[in-house]
Design a protein around this ligand. Sequence first.
Ligand SMILES: NC(=O)c1ccc[n+]([C@@H]2O[C@H](COP(=O)([O-])OP(=O)(O)OC[C@H]3O[C@@H](n4cnc5c(N)ncnc54)[C@H](OP(=O)(O)O)[C@@H]3O)[C@@H](O)[C@H]2O)c1
Length: 335
Amino acid sequence: MPHFQALVVRRSGDATTLAIEEWQDDQLVAGEVAIRVEYSSINYKDGLAARADGNVARVYPLILGIDMAGTVSDSQDERFRPGDHVIAHGYELGVSHHGGLAAQARVPASWVVPLPSHLTAREAMAIGTAGFTAALSVDRLELMGLRPGRGPVLVTGASGGVGSMAVALLAAKGYEVTASTGSQDAHEYLRQIGASDVVNRSETVAESAKALERGRWAAAVDAVGGPSLAYILRTMAYGGSVAVSGNAGGADVRTTVFPFILRGVNVLGIDSANMPVQERSVVWQRLAAELKPACLELMIHEIALSEAPRALEAVLEGRVRGRTVVKVAGSPSSS
Ligand SMILES: NC(=O)c1ccc[n+]([C@@H]2O[C@H](COP(=O)([O-])OP(=O)(O)OC[C@H]3O[C@@H](n4cnc5c(N)ncnc54)[C@H](OP(=O)(O)O)[C@@H]3O)[C@@H](O)[C@H]2O)c1
């Protein structure tokens, strides 16, 4: 595919511009594995990468897209052959290395994971970076001893990508899930994907002068940060853990030491971007098997590459429900 369509961010002074451009193979940077991209997805980080003040993109021009699923078209690494179905996400993709919102990509072999046999490329990107992060959060909480029946698990930013996937994964495993959302029209959706209770975001971002309040949660999945994380820490039940992956609601957290020294609360840092590729494969195998959400289709909104710029605005404005999957190959805007 000598020419292909790509969603490219360029910078001029203090501003960025976003456009679908026609690129050629030789404009891609080095990497042992060439991938014909079939699907990518829209993540919060992609929205930030499109903005001049987002502090994500480190080179310009840059093809956006922190994740991709597709077929190997060429490989200089013996682990991959043309025709192999693969996933790549994280590392420098869509940050300082051209990403997945293009019909063709070239990436280091050490970033590539085989697509598990029970997942299609579309399903893999419906899960995407957000679903992988949710799965990692559940995995780490269970390593800390979380089991169904121990009490409600709070998921914040529940209508978003990480949040929706966390609600679905936890509910499917038998956990009692309380979903916190700022989207009034998402309550029914959250119950459909498995939440047993839905609370308004206003409750879970409320400031309080108290260092501790009634311990309510056995655990929490938080991709929101800021006041949301402060709330979780002061309302966590004794010995509970919170898996922290994001800052959609803010980066600064005002807390005291009391949740830690009086309740033994644990904060588990979740990073999907730089996790070693062998460990990623294990999580993807689980996502293709016992963690694969039965309600995945309920969470998917599929768009063409040409619609991605608008979707990037929506994700930063908190207007996204579930997962936005981008059909790159065969999309009306692609060659
Ligand atoms: N650590 C990692 O490896 C990793 C991986 C993936 C994502 N992340 C991070 O996780 C976060 C979420 O990513 P995502 O892709 O799931 O984004 P997303 O789809 O936009 O979801 C974020 C959700 O947070 C809630 N929210 C938005 N603005 C808020 C605000 N000002 N205050 C409180 N809640 C707010 C909204 O949910 P409601 O309307 O339901 O409240 C929104 O849907 C981002 O910070 C992202 O960078 C980190």
